[in-house]
Write a protein that binds this ligand. Structure first.
Ligand SMILES: NC(=O)c1ccc[n+]([C@@H]2O[C@H](COP(=O)([O-])OP(=O)(O)OC[C@H]3O[C@@H](n4cnc5c(N)ncnc54)[C@H](O)[C@@H]3O)[C@@H](O)[C@H]2O)c1
Length: 321
């Protein structure tokens, strides 16, 4: 049985990854500073280390004390819009923090690294579905930090034989359990629930995009499917078949208007969205080519949009609000 450190394991996605590792027979150790994470998301028998990823001594101690063989690195700041306003903070958290983590891994000799990347690395793609060979031209400092993270992983492979996989997540939604819902302020589905809870109309940012219904198209992936992709990627690292970036999506574009309609169906009411102006930096469409994930991870998404919206809603109204 191996032990992996999960940075950001108290976060929305990290908590699902922790459960997936347990199912795979791997012992997870959570390292989190609880800036956004919740203790209630972590199973009782999992060891928690409250620390910053930039606290190299604390990370080294955790890697040594628990004989860790690999790191799933999710801890990061993730709001693309905020990153435009406060880029240096994003670079410090997501890049300087990652360098400290990699230094700790190097000094202890931990060679397996699974990195949370993002579809934000592509910015506005030249074509859809997006393959992994699409140029990396992020629209935000957040996306840049994810590209730099991938460079660092690649460079560590050359310099010290690190096995790495970067998973480029598309739009993550849903919950495997009501206690594990997404409470963030920037993802579409929680934004809709929050607006409805406040008695407001949920906003659609732009209906004049060059898409069939004029609203932006994204690739929504259930967080439980995403967690399963991590299980497969951990195996790639452990078997030394790693060193690549892989899209993780469903390979199906869904428009913002379609998501709103599904929320209405699940809630059984007309949610009456309001059309407002476009937001800067939103590409018209972004959805994944999933050929590489099928080939390398032997994985594909199982949940559909209804499952994402209904599980998100269940978590939202029972636990989050
Ligand atoms: N949610 C999405 O749709 C999405 C899409 C693409 C990529 N990602 C990436 O996935 C990862 C996880 O995202 P999430 O949605 O679970 O976010 P989240 O905010 O719920 O989780 C991040 C976790 O990291 C912790 N953390 C943050 N900074 C830290 C630090 N310096 N030291 C220690 N812990 C720290 C937070 O407390 C939190 O528990 C991030 O790297 C994010 O960029 C998320």
């Amino acid at each position: 049985m191996t032990t992996w450190l999960v940075t950001g394991g108290a976060g929305y996605i990290g908590a699902h990854v922790v459960r997936e590792l347990i199912q795979q027979g791997i012992t997870p150790i959570v390292l989190d500073n609880f800036s956004a994470g919740l203790r209630t998301r972590i199973p009782d028998n999992v060891t928690i280390i409250e620390a910053e990823i930039s606290d190299r001594l604390a990370v080294e101690k955790a890697l040594r004390d628990f004989d860790v063989t690999g790191v799933v690195h999710l801890a990061a700041k993730k709001a693309a819009g905020d990153s435009v306003e406060i880029p240096l903070y994003y670079y410090t958290e997501n890049v300087t923090g990652l360098i400290a983590l990699l230094e700790a891994m190097q000094s202890v000799g931990v060679k397996n690294f699974l990195y949370s990347s993002s579809a934000a690395v592509y910015g506005t793609p030249t074509a859809n579905p997006i393959t992994e060979s699409e140029p990396l031209l992020p629209d935000s400092p957040y996306g840049q930090t994810k590209v730099i993270g991938e460079w660092l992983a690649k460079d560590m492979q050359v310099s010290s034989g690190m096995n790495w996989v970067a998973l480029r997540y598309f739009n993550v939604a849903g919950a495997a359990h009501d206690s594990l819902g997404d409470n963030s302020v920037n993802n579409l589905i929680p934004m809709v629930f929050r607006a409805l809870g406040n008695g407001e109309r949920p906003k659609i940012f732009g209906d004049d995009y060059p898409t069939p219904d004029g609203t932006c198209i994204r690739d929504y992936i259930h967080v439980e499917d995403l967690a399963a992709a991590h299980g497969a990627a951990v195996r790639l690292c452990e078997e030394g078949r790693a060193n690549l970036a892989i899209n993780v999506g469903r390979g199906e574009g869904v428009s913002v208007a379609e998501v709103m309609a599904m929320v209405g169906e699940v809630l059984g009411k007309d949610i009456n969205p309001e059309i407002v102006g476009r937001r800067a930096g939103d590409p018209p469409a972004s959805f994944a080519d999933v050929g590489l994930s099928a080939e390398k991870l032997q994985w594909s998404a199982q949940h559909d949009l209804r499952s994402m919206v209904s599980s998100a809603w269940s978590a939202w109204h029972k636990v989050i609000n």
